[in-house]
Design a protein around this ligand. Structure first.
Ligand SMILES: C[S@@+](CC[C@H](N)C(=O)[O-])C[C@H]1O[C@@H](n2cnc3c(N)ncnc32)[C@H](O)[C@@H]1O
Length: 279
């Protein structure tokens, strides 16, 4: 299977089916890569506090495959329209829906049928009306120009082979003054290609996390202003020890090349208020 999107769909389709079968979803990190039963995934573990997830369907929480908690860091106001790029089982969409209230709306966008089925079932269990899950690709967002107040996303943009298209689409659908408020895995500094590739495999990012300065430059290139990246969880070689040693690396020797170089970050940007509108 050569197409990245097909690989991603298959991987997350299986993750959704595991949740539907009452198992955990994790397919990133050591849970899927190690042979240690019940190993804790340092990327997805403890992203949400219990109070936040109270009242959400257990399957929405189990299906969480993010690397951050974008709605905890994003400003969301009653009445606003939120779009979650790569919404998976829907946890961040359901949390957004609570925040924007009945006069607002939370959209989830995902390309994987099994995830959409799971998310729609979670919406039904949660009994919320101000939510809609759309089928589609984050590179071709099926919403009109200038229609969204806040774009969130949780560990998805790093999976796209065309990140510039994703950022251009996010900019297009945001209203003037709209906010980009995304969690993603980001890389800091030079890392030898072979090591980078293996850590990315461990993280579960098939086509590559962006370097932080590259991410900032691409956001600015797409038209965003007030761009920033705030690390929320920094990874150490120890987190991936078993995976990396299983792939032939001398983990202690490469530690200085890995420690602190991969992190989950909260990425902010704003579409200018006075952005020129197409004629
Ligand atoms: C790592 S999971 C994250 C799911 C969710 N954001 C969460 O925090 O649990 C990635 C999700 O993004 C979806 N996805 C990946 N690439 C996509 C693309 N190009 N277009 C639409 N959805 C995509 C996958 O189907 C999967 O549901």
């Amino acid at each position: 299977m050569s197409n990245i999107k097909d690989v991603v769909k298959e991987k997350y389709g299986k993750a959704a089916l595991r949740v539907t079968a009452g198992e955990g979803a994790s397919c990133c990190g050591p849970d899927c890569c190690s042979s240690v039963p019940g190993a804790v995934d340092p990327i997805t573990v403890n992203l949400y506090d219990q109070k936040e997830t109270e009242g959400l369907p257990v399957e929405a929480v189990l299906a969480s495959l993010g690397c951050g908690n974008p709605t905890a860091l994003a400003r969301l106001n009653p009445g606003e329209v939120v779009l979650d790029l790569g919404s998976g089982g829907g946890i961040d969409v359901l949390l957004s829906a609570k925040r924007v209230g009945p006069t607002g709306k939370a959209y989830g966008l995902d390309m994987t049928d099994e995830m959409l089925n799971l998310a729609r079932e979670n919406q039904r269990k949660a009994g919320v009306d101000n939510v809609e899950f759309l089928k589609g690709e984050i590179e071709h967002i099926p919403l009109p120009d200038n229609s969204v107040d806040v774009i969130i996303s949780n560990c998805v943009i790093n999976l796209s082979a065309d990140k510039d298209k994703v950022l251009a689409e996010a900019f297009r659908v945001l209203k003037p003054g709209g906010r980009f408020a995304v969690s993603d895995v980001v890389v800091r500094g030079e890392i030898p290609a072979q090591i980078r590739r293996n850590v990315e495999l461990w993280v579960g990012c098939l086509s590559g996390a962006l370097d932080e300065s590259d991410y900032v430059a691409r956001l600015k290139g797409a038209g965003f202003e007030d761009v920033s990246i705030e690390p929320t969880r920094v990874y150490k070689v120890e987190d991936a020890r078993e995976f990396l040693s299983g792939h032939g690396f001398d983990v202690d020797a490469i530690a200085p090349l890995v420690d602190g170089r991969f992190f989950s970050g909260f990425i902010r940007g704003q579409k200018p208020v006075d952005v020129a509108q197409p004629a």
